[in-house]
Design a protein. Structure first.
Length: 83
């Protein structure tokens, strides 16, 4: 970014959050926007989050695996073992 090869950037996630060193070189870049890991936050995102939570809860109540389960195969295996 200092060379101009990258014109500008916005960062929301960092390794080792939060950045506690206020003298970190990133803070000296005028073409860098830094947010404290909440760039997703908006009225629309909050509404979508509530809808997805309700959809997941409804899926569980129907005996289905919610869309956002990362280990669906393990859940299916568990369900088979309970029968």
């Amino acid at each position: 970014m200092k060379s101009g090869k990258v014109a500008a950037a916005s960062l929301d996630v960092f390794e080792g959050e939060p950045i506690k060193d206020l003298s970190h070189p990133m803070y000296d870049l005028p073409n860098l926007t830094i947010t404290p890991h909440f760039a997703y936050y908006s009225k629309e995102a909050l509404a979508e989050q509530h809808i997805k939570i309700a959809q997941s809860a409804a899926a569980v109540l129907r005996g289905e695996i919610p869309y956002n389960v990362l280990n669906a195969k393990a859940v299916e295996e568990y369900k088979k073992g309970k029968k």
